[in-house]
Structures are given as C-alpha cells and as structure tokens.
Design a protein around this ligand. Structure first.
Ligand code: SF4
Length: 374
C-alpha cells in the first residue's frame, strides 16, 4: 500500500514536470533524488541535503531558483527555495498527496490544490499525510514574473490568480498603452494568444489567426546555437495568406529575447502580403540575463539590451513596436512588485550574482567563426 502510494506520487511528479516543459524541467533542475536508508535532513547553515542517486552519494545544494523533491522508501519531500523564485504546489487526490510545479498538472489527474509552499518551506509526505515546516529562513519573496508572462501554462493558477486571465489583462493594458489603427490582431501562437485576445477585446480590432504553429517542434530561444534557432522558426510557423494579404496587422507576442524568431516572423508576414506589421509585446523589454535556471541568453545577445525601442523595431523590420510597461505588467498580475523577481526586465537581481556565474552563461555558445584573412 505504502509503496503503491509513493509510486503514484513519483508518477504524478514526473507528470507535473512534463506539464511544465519549459520551466524547471527545461532548465535542468526538477531533480528526483532517491534517499536510500538515510534520514532526510536540511542543515540550515549551509543548506544542502545528502542522499544517493543509484547508490552513489550526492549532495544536493539548495539555492535560489531551485525547487527540489526527494523520494525515500517511506516518504516524499518537496522543498521550495528560500527566495521562492519557482513555485511548488501540494495537491490532494483522495487520500494521496502529490507535488507539482504547476497546478495544471493537478487538474490533469483530478487532484485538488492543497496549498502552495512558501519560500524556504519543506513538506514531508508519508503514510500520515503531509507535514510542513519552515526548513530555512525565507530570504525574499521573489516569484519569477516570467511565470506569469510565459513559462507557466495558461491553465495554471499562481497566488490564486489564473494565468490565462492575467495574460488577457496584459493584452488589454497593452492595447490601452499603445493603440494603433489596424485591420486584424493576430497572436504568435500559442504563448501570445491570451494577450492577443485581450488586445483585440480592448481595441475593437478583429482577432484572427495569421500564423499556424507546428506542434511537433520545441521552443526556439532555448536552442543551443543561432543556426538551430533560425532553422527552428521555419519549422515552427507557417503563414495564413488569406488572413494577412493587404491588411494592417497587429502581431501580439509575450516577449522578445534575441529577436531572431521575431525578425523572421515579420519577414514572413510581409512576404505573405501584410501591408503593415505592428508588433505589440505583452511584457517590457528583456535587458538582462536570468541566473535562476532559465537559459535565455547572455546579455549581449538580448536584442533590447543597449537598444531603445526604435532601434529594436528597425532591427526587426517592423512597421511599429511597443512593449507593455513594467507598471502595466505588474498590475495585470494582481500583486505588488515586492512579491517578484523581475531582474531580466530591470537588471535588479534579488540575490547576489557571483562573477563566475555571469561568465558561465557563455559556456554552451559556440565561438564565432574566425574573420577571413586579408
Ligand atoms: S531573471 Fe527573469 S526569468 Fe529569471 S527568475 Fe527573474 S524574472 Fe524569472
């Protein structure tokens, strides 16, 4: 009975990670550590957990941006980092309990949300049910604001707020902040869709689908080099000429990282007959890299770092470009700014970032080709 319960928990955790393919899982965290015949301990001063993976001893560091789960013979445990950068939720399925990074994983299996873990909080679940304790002092309340913008699925709730509704609201505010005369509003699917719905609602411009997404390829910004990213755009999207031809088009996307995807999309839309292409982005410009588990890009690869909006528009080849303001984004979350990490949008990090960590952002990028002689 006990083993069956924990096997279920294990499966549900894996399902939770699969439902969140670009959050913690894609960032290389979301580890599942088997603690063999060892008591689960967190030593407060240095914050690590000892355990084993396939009989090899491991020491699991507990750091910002990392949510951790551990499975023993008798219990499963979850720990949320002391800055609360990534969410971790406990759910209930009849008399069993589950852990997931997003509530949508609970919906899929019919579980109910029990509660979200607080920063620095540990839950140990065994045959007696869940026991919570504040394992380490919370350092800050710095939930990643990009969970609201892009990472988490729209059918997830965070802090009691449905992310679909939050993203629609971002689109409404974007329309109010940057009105434009146009014939059709289209999303960059799927992540730009809720904001495009909100933009169309607030502006009165009809919503349409001008880009069709290939559902069998992954996210392009996370590809390891530029050539793969460029090829990925062509594989990922096709245009609907009948929606675009002769039209002034508003294109709504959630964010722009390097700009390579957006630049290609703008070109494709003009080639399909669009008269004007107005880019509307439902987040502020990304100007700094992420050091909390999301491999976005290094600073000098971010198109908005060191460029103003007009320069970014020119680099992308669009007719016009507007971003949602930081205030507009914040209000759409329904929370105040002191609940969030917004470092990639502001350059202000909630924790100290060591120099070696900043340099390590380049380690998977290939060296540029040598310049031709002469
Ligand atoms: S830097 Fe940006 S992506 Fe990274 S945790 Fe903070 S808000 Fe999220």
């Amino acid at each position: 009975m006990t083993r069956a319960l924990f096997a279920l928990l294990l499966l549900l955790w894996v399902a939770g990670c699969a439902a969140d393919p670009y959050g913690p899982n894609a960032a290389g965290i979301c580890p599942l550590i088997r603690v063999a015949e060892m008591p689960l301990t967190i030593q407060r001063d240095v914050m690590f957990v000892d355990g084993t993976i396939e009989n090899q001893p491991v020491r699991l560091l507990v750091d910002s941006g990392a949510e951790r789960t551990l499975l023993t013979e008798d219990a499963v445990a979850g720990f949320r980092d002391p800055d609360g950068i990534r969410p971790l939720v406990v759910g209930r399925l009849d008399d069993a309990f589950v852990l997931a990074s997003e509530t949508c994983a609970l919906d899929i299996i019919g579980a109910q949300v029990e509660r979200e873990l607080n920063p620095g909080e540990l839950v140990v679940i065994d045959a007696d049910g869940p026991r919570y304790r504040q394992a380490v002092e919370p350092r800050s309340a710095s939930l990643c604001i990009f969970e609201y913008i892009y990472f988490a699925r729209p059918d997830t709730t965070l802090n009691g707020r449905g992310l679909y509704e939050a993203r629609v609201e971002m689109g409404r505010r974007l329309a109010a902040e940057s009105a434009v005369e146009a014939d059709v509003v289209i999303p960059v699917p799927d992540s730009g869709t809720p904001a495009a719905v909100g933009f169309a609602q607030a502006s009165g411009i009809p919503f349409g689908e001008g880009l069709v997404k290939n559902r069998y390829v992954g996210r392009t910004f996370i590809q390891p080099d530029q050539a793969l990213r460029e090829r990925g755009v062509k594989l990922k999207f096709n245009v609907l000429r009948s929606v675009l031809e002769g039209k002034r088009v508003v294109v709504v996307d959630d964010s722009i990282v390097r700009g390579s995807t957006t630049r290609k999309l703008v070109t494709m839309l003009f080639e399909a007959g669009a008269k004007e292409v107005h880019l509307r982005i439902s987040s502020p410009p990304i100007i700094s890299p992420c050091f909390y588990g999301i491999d976005m890009a290094d600073q000098d690869q971010l198109i908005a770092a060191g460029r103003n909006v007009g320069q970014v528009r020119d680099a992308l080849g669009a007719t016009s470009l507007s971003y949602l303001s930081l205030e507009g984004l914040q209000e759409a979350t329904g929370e105040t700014s002191d609940h969030f990490c917004r470092a990639c949008l502001t350059g202000v990090y909630p924790t100290h970032i060591p120099d070696e960590m900043r340099l390590s952002k380049l380690r998977f990028e290939p060296l540029p080709a040598p310049a031709a002689a002469g």
